[in-house]
Design a protein around this ligand. Structure first.
Ligand code: SAT
Ligand code: MN
Length: 597
């Protein structure tokens, strides 16, 4: 493979990293099935992976108990000026951070193999795609990258001798002394973990963690943090959004992109099976969406990934029948429980729990155990090609034209089921003020409700105040071709603590209302917070709901909303001189509409 590489810049970067990290050997990944199978066999042999008898070509990994999710407190955005990272990112001066990390990288791969993974985010050769090269000493990261991205020789061919690539350096940070035995999941202690981004040179350095977004650098690091900063410079958008195609009974297609924080049901929505007769849904992506204005003046989207890295607990026939089918083969499971008959299990899976299992920490577990069998952030890594609802024109380099943008989060009170923005600027306010209750996808969650603008708080690769402005400017360019903007909350609870909305496939009823709004088929009532469904506007045929629930779901809780405003203003105030006047005007508008001024 090394001889397929004609790119001197890449070769010399690989040589420099090898000299610094001093692995025992270097392997250039070709992305082949043979390579995947061989690495898996080696990891099974080493005791790092368990093959699952019940699921062909599926494997279970258990992480170190301290390395189970992204660590935002150890994630850095390193720019010459701290102002360019902004208040929502951890900042360290690039020279200092590189000094610290170089000391850690020094000899960090000894006893290990260094893998070089050329990968493309987006169809190889597409005008919307970007090429990255990840260097890693984690074979687990390699097999996951095989599923999540387009890996291999074709990427090197596309790169040629002078193409641009984003260098992504990763080490688990656990060098082996001569003769020292490896552990199943090597990683470094928390205080040595660094997930670092240098957007001014499109560079990623990650050290110390083998888990998810800390280690699969094509995902959050490249496709969101670095890509969002490139997108701002180049005038496009890199967003934390699912992409979905809906087709109505007449065959009219709608493309929807939706931003929700991690572990808020993005994957379930991306794979929705509509309950309304005649409506069909197809999956395009569940996490990342790159959008550009194309020659038709509309916003076109691609999913740069090729797989799904989803939360396993809660995935069931009821919540996501499509994923349940998808996960039967060719899937990597991490931190799920193992059953006696060689299957995986997690909380809220179909059927009763097993009488006995091995939990995610490798210990005996029974339904009487006080701890969950699977870690709440246990994951599956599954190829998109196995997704029964994946669209067929997946690889279309042009992407799909977006009709509808959705923001949302997990809120048990205040936020209604759905509302629409008055216009683009108001939609930007809706995205910027989005909030959610904490989930298990991050290790160091702090408050119960966190503001998570555009679900990008942990992923924006520059000053978020400037990011808001970038959204306004995109709207100016799109004009009347801009997608319509909606906000949803599937998670509202009644006073008795009951979920008010059935969710899952029934969410198609809310999506249908949005499509009908786009086509001007239904009206809306103007409220203080936005445009809301009129009575009977949402098609509830065939659904029986307790009386009063729908009214409650669509009630504007004016008192509750007034209570939201100070927190939103506090969140906005941190952006100082980077805060845009257009958002200030939106805050003034909602204050007035809520009768606060
Ligand atoms: O670990 S990941 O960052 O890839 C998953 C997530 O938090 O959404
Ligand atoms: Mn995500």
């Amino acid at each position: 493979m090394a001889d397929v590489c004609r790119h001197e810049g890449l070769k010399s970067w690989v040589a420099e990293v090898a000299a610094m990290c001093r692995p025992d050997r270097t392997h250039w990944c070709d992305g082949s099935k043979g390579e995947y199978d061989l690495l898996m066999a080696q990891m099974v042999e080493a005791g790092a992976a368990v093959p699952l008898e019940k699921r062909p070509n599926c494997f279970l990994f258990r992480s170190d108990p301290t390395d189970v999710a992204r660590v935002e407190a150890r994630t850095y955005l390193s720019t010459a000026s701290p102002e360019d990272a902004g208040p929502t990112n951890n900042w360290i001066d690039p020279a200092e951070l590189k000094r610290t990390m170089t000391a850690l990288y020094d000899g960090c791969m000894s006893g290990r193999t260094m893998y070089v993974i050329p990968f493309s985010m987006g169809p190889i050769g597409s005008p919307l795609a970007k090429i990255g090269v990840q260097i890693t000493d984690s074979p687990y990261a390699v097999v996951n990258m095989h599923i999540m991205t387009r890996v291999g020789s074709k990427v090197l061919e596309e790169l040629g001798s002078g193409g641009e690539f984003i260098p992504c350096l990763h080490s688990v940070g656990a060098p082996l002394a001569p003769g020292e035995a490896d552990v199943p999941w090597p990683c470094a202690p928390m205080e040595e973990k660094y997930i670092s981004h240098f957007p001014e040179e499109n560079l990623i350095w990650s050290y110390g963690s083998g888990y998810g977004g800390n280690a699969l650098l094509g995902k959050k690091c490249l496709s969101l943090r670095i890509a969002s900063s490139i997108a701002r410079r180049e005038g496009w958008m890199a967003e934390h959004m699912l992409i979905l195609r809906l087709t109505n009974p007449e065959g009219r297609q709608y493309h929807i992109a939706g931003a929700f924080p991690s572990a808020c049901g993005k994957t379930n929505l991306a794979m929705i099976r509509p309950t309304i007769p005649g409506w069909k849904a197809e999956t395009i992506g569940d996490d990342i969406c790159w959008m550009k204005v194309r020659p038709d003046g509309r916003l076109h989207a691609i999913n740069p990934e090729t797989g799904f890295f989803g939360v396993a607990p809660g995935t069931s026939h009821a919540s996501n029948p499509v994923a349940t089918e998808m996960l039967m083969e060719d899937t990597i499971f991490t931190n799920c429980a193992l059953t006696g008959d060689g299957d995986v299990w997690w909380e809220d899976m179909d059927g009763p729990p097993p009488d006995h299992a091995i939990d995610w920490k490798g210990k005996d577990w029974t339904p009487d155990s006080a701890v969950p069998a699977a870690h709440p952030n246990a994951r599956f890594t599954a190829p998109a090609s196995r997704c029964p609802t994946e669209i067929h024109d997946w690889d279309d380099p042009e992407g799909v034209p977006i009709d509808i943008l959705i923001f949302g989060g997990r809120r048990s009170s205040v936020i209604p089921l759905v509302y629409e923005s008055f216009d683009w600027d108001h939609g930007v306010f809706m995205g910027a003020s989005a909030s959610s209750e904490a989930t298990a996808a991050i290790l160091d969650k702090v408050s119960p409700v966190r503001r998570d603008p555009f679900a990008m708080q942990p992923f924006c690769g520059y000053n978020m105040g400037d990011y808001f402005q970038h959204w306004f400017e995109m709207g100016d360019r799109l004009g009347d071709k801009a997608p319509r903007i909606f906000y949803v909350n599937w998670f509202r609870k009644g006073e008795d603590g009951r979920w008010l909305w059935p969710g899952f496939g029934e969410n198609s009823r809310v999506l249908k209302w949005m499509c009908d709004r786009v086509d001007g088929k239904v009206g809306a009532r103007e409220t203080a917070i936005g445009l809301m469904p009129e009575e009977g506007g949402i098609d509830l045929s065939g659904l029986s709901m307790p009386v009063g629930d729908m009214e409650e779901l669509l009630r504007v809780d004016v008192e509750g909303w007034r209570g939201e405003i100070p927190d939103t203003e506090r969140h906005f105030s941190q952006f100082g001189s980077h805060f845009t006047d257009r958002l200030r005007a939106q805050v003034a508008g909602i204050r007035k509409r809520l009768g606060l001024d």
